[in-house]
Design a protein around this ligand. Structure first.
Ligand SMILES: Cc1ncc(COP(=O)(O)O)c(C=O)c1O
Length: 482
């Protein structure tokens, strides 16, 4: 019996109830394997661990974009500007790197100081201009809130939205578990709506309506809908028509829309249209009908070709929120003081990269395209491998950083999993990790239709060796349990 005041049974039960498989048991075990290998352990049947469980590009050798890091280096150590010649001749910094760093230092001041709670005004202004260029509609810098990644934006918004245990938020299934976990912590209802795997993981409005009606009949106050576009773990982009259907539903049911658009540049098939753009188009087309829509859209430096997850930068834009509610959002984020200032600077660089004709443009473009093409190539290689695996079906890679194949496992494997008191996909993923060092996440971590099994893998890891490890393991697993 421990003397400690805190134990697992008396802490906040809602924290205990929250689930976050992306960094759960499998990831912990994978890290233990990594440490064992680093310490020279030769007893494992693999010589490297592949962290395909999380969209963390630079952990998997994606190189940061040179322009971004050169500017950041000066922001962190402005004394470098005392010898601009050395920066240029010895380190290859171009004049636009130096100019941008000087401008940011002037706008932001010292990156070691707190900024305004919702971020430096000049950076919010850059974000607003980026949104204007992207969508062709005005954006107001005072409705932009910089954040420590999209996670912190979601955390803020859900805290403010959730009034009590009767509050419900519609969340796509499968989903990125940030949403279910945060709702669990807030003791609010996740109201799941299933995406349609047979229709390339499309969003079906009648399915959403069914979930909504069921929740309402149970007395749940459903007041917001989350849309992840392009999707995680599915990669699917919503069509303009689907976006309209979601907005129409939000109007009818008076729901806030939370549009998670962190993968907006990771698109292979289809086209990204932002919720903000679609909303503004509809407002123009049908005057009055869409005036009261409340939309919060999120973006991040973690994904796309930027991949700077560790710098924790992002933003959300509010449209149509009551100013008194916005003031409470401002107060809420003020309690955390401000998002990381260097992360804010990365947001500025992401939304305002070198332009054609700028000295850094060519290299930037080369690096950006190289990352984009590499992601697509690896996604296709993995997809081709999955197509050949017995009992595995996978939708064509559409975007984001993930594939989410269905697996049909032999009955004996399902029984062996049940004997260990595990879902069958978790059993499969653990066996995969133990045999190959490849860490993926079981579909149970994201939610899936009953009776189906999946796993999610990123396609970030370089090379094809690890893909071969998966195919070889799979064949052996099927033979063992057939
Ligand atoms: C859909 C989605 N939203 C939000 C996030 C969180 O990103 P950030 O690093 O910006 O907090 C992720 C991370 O994987 C994600 O996949």
């Amino acid at each position: 019996m421990s003397d400690r005041r805190l134990n697992i049974n008396n802490i906040n039960p809602h924290v205990r109830a929250a689930k976050y498989a992306v960094r759960g048991e499998l990831a912990t075990k994978a890290e233990q394997y990594r440490v064992r290998l680093a310490n020279g352990d030769k007893s494992l049947p693999f010589d490297s661990v592949i962290f395909a469980n999380i969209g963390n590009p630079q952990q998997l050798d994606q190189k940061p974009i040179t322009f971004f890091r050169q500017v950041l280096s000066i922001l962190e150590y402005p004394n470098l500007l005392e010898n601009e010649e050395a920066l240029k001749t010895s380190f290859g910094y171009k004049q636009d790197v130096i100019d941008r760093a000087k401008k940011l230092l002037k706008d932001v001041g010292n990156v070691g100081a707190y900024s305004q709670s919702h971020g430096a005004p000049a950076i919010r202004d850059s974000v607003a201009k980026f949104i204007e260029r992207r969508d062709g509609f005005p954006s107001d810098k005072d409705q932009i809130y910089l954040s420590g990644g999209a996670s912190s934006a979601v955390n803020t918004l859900l805290h403010v939205i959730c009034e009590g245990p009767q509050t419900g938020v519609l969340v796509p299934i499968p989903q990125y578990p940030l949403y279910t976990a945060t709702l669990a912590v807030l003791n609010a209802h996740c109201v799941p709506y299933h995406l349609e795997e047979e229709k390339a993981w499309g969003t079906d409005i009648s399915t959403i309506r069914q979930s909504l009606e069921k929740a309402k009949a149970e007395g749940i106050d459903v007041r917001a809908i989350v849309v992840i576009n392009p999707g995680n773990p599915t990669g699917a982009s919503l069509s303009r028509e689907d976006i309209k259907s979601v907005i129409d539903l939000a109007v009818e049911e008076r729901m806030v829309i939370l549009a998670d658009e962190v993968y907006q540049t990771n698109v292979f098939i289809g086209e990204f249209t932002s919720f903000k753009k679609r909303l503004r188009e509809l407002q123009q087309e049908f005057p009055g009908k869409y005036d009261n829509v409340e939309l919060a859209s999120m973006h991040s430096v973690s994904k796309g070709m930027v991949g700077e997850c560790g710098h924790r930068g992002g933003y959300f834009e509010l449209v149509g929120f009551d100013p008194e509610v916005s003031a409470q959002i401002y107060k809420f984020i003020s309690i955390m003081l401000c998002p990381p200032v260097i992360g804010q600077c990365l947001v500025e660089l992401m939304v305002n990269p070198p332009k054609e004709g700028d000295p850094s443009y060519e290299l930037y473009q080369q690096e950006y395209n190289g990352i984009k093409e590499g992601l697509h190539k690896r996604a296709l290689a993995l997809y081709e491998a999955f197509k050949k695996m017995e009992g595995v079906e996978c939708q064509e890679p559409q975007g984001a950083m993930y594939l989410f194949p269905t697996i049909k496992l032999p009955q004996k494997a399902v029984a062996a999993a049940a004997a260990e008191n595990r879902p069958a996909d978790e059993f499969y993923c653990l066996r995969l990790l133990d045999a190959t060092g490849v860490c993926v996440v079981p579909g149970t971590g994201f939610g899936q239709k009953e009776g189906t099994l999946h796993f999610r893998t990123t396609f970030l890891a370089p090379g094809t060796d690890w893909v071969e490890r998966i195919t070889k393991f799979h064949a052996q697993f099927m033979d063992e349990f057939r």
